[in-house]
Design a protein around this ligand. Sequence first.
Ligand code: SAM
Ligand code: ZN
Length: 266
Amino acid sequence: MVWICPICKAPLTLKKLTWQCENNHCFDCAKEGYVNLLPAHQKRSKQPGDDAAMINARRLIHNARLYEPLAETIVEIITGTGRVKTLLDIGCGEGFYDAHLTDRHPDIAVYGIDIAKPAIKLAAAAYPGHHYAVAGSSHLPIETDSIDFALCVFAPINDEELNRVLRPGGYYLEVGPAPRHLWALREALYEEPREHSAKQRQILGTTLVSEGQCQYEQTLDNLLINALVMATPFAYRGQREKRAALLARENMTLAMAFSWRLFQKI
Ligand SMILES: C[S@@+](CC[C@H](N)C(=O)[O-])C[C@H]1O[C@@H](n2cnc3c(N)ncnc32)[C@H](O)[C@@H]1O
Ligand SMILES: [Zn+2]
């Protein structure tokens, strides 16, 4: 087990239904099996992270398999790095990519953290074999040098914390939008749509091993158009009339375009 106490950083062990450290800090295991390791002083708002409506919309999209080719690419990349015993999904949401991974590699111990409690609740209820905690990426409640592979898909990351928890030689895969991801959606919402910037950042203490793109098209019906808009930053953006017209469309074909970068800790 790799959880550590968010207060004193000592390892946590599960005693009955409570996670406890040697200094007697205690954290209840919720009925879904997750643990809340986000202390009040690390919360910037009452309910940090994505809200329940966004998370439910994302689950609907994932159930409709819109992101399945990306999930397959991620599993291939992880498989290609060799023996992975522990994987940490940072900003895991409702655990979609974790499920794909353990379908193929049931022996990998999957840990997932997300700052949004509704996301972790859904993930823990759906995948009882995984380990989930409510926590922020800037204070990972994870032992130093304990993770073979860290994954972050469209979520915020803290490079220092990432580096601390990865074991030397461990890998980190970052997945984000390619410049024209969901382009037709942008065209529908904005007069002058803009491309995502192609970030080429370095991560201290790691080397870039490989990078690539995953691109395909998906055709969405009205329900999925609405769910996708709700699950993305577009939920509250764009011109009002344009958004109403978009949400009324019967179907739409969209470019799904992702960039990935694989790093290895030195
Ligand atoms: C776009 S969603 C991606 C979720 C999941 N990785 C996926 O691709 O389905 C971003 C996730 O990051 C979470 N998040 C936002 N800020 C965070 C933080 N500081 N630490 C951990 N998670 C955070 C949100 O709650 C949300 O679940
Ligand atoms: Zn403690």
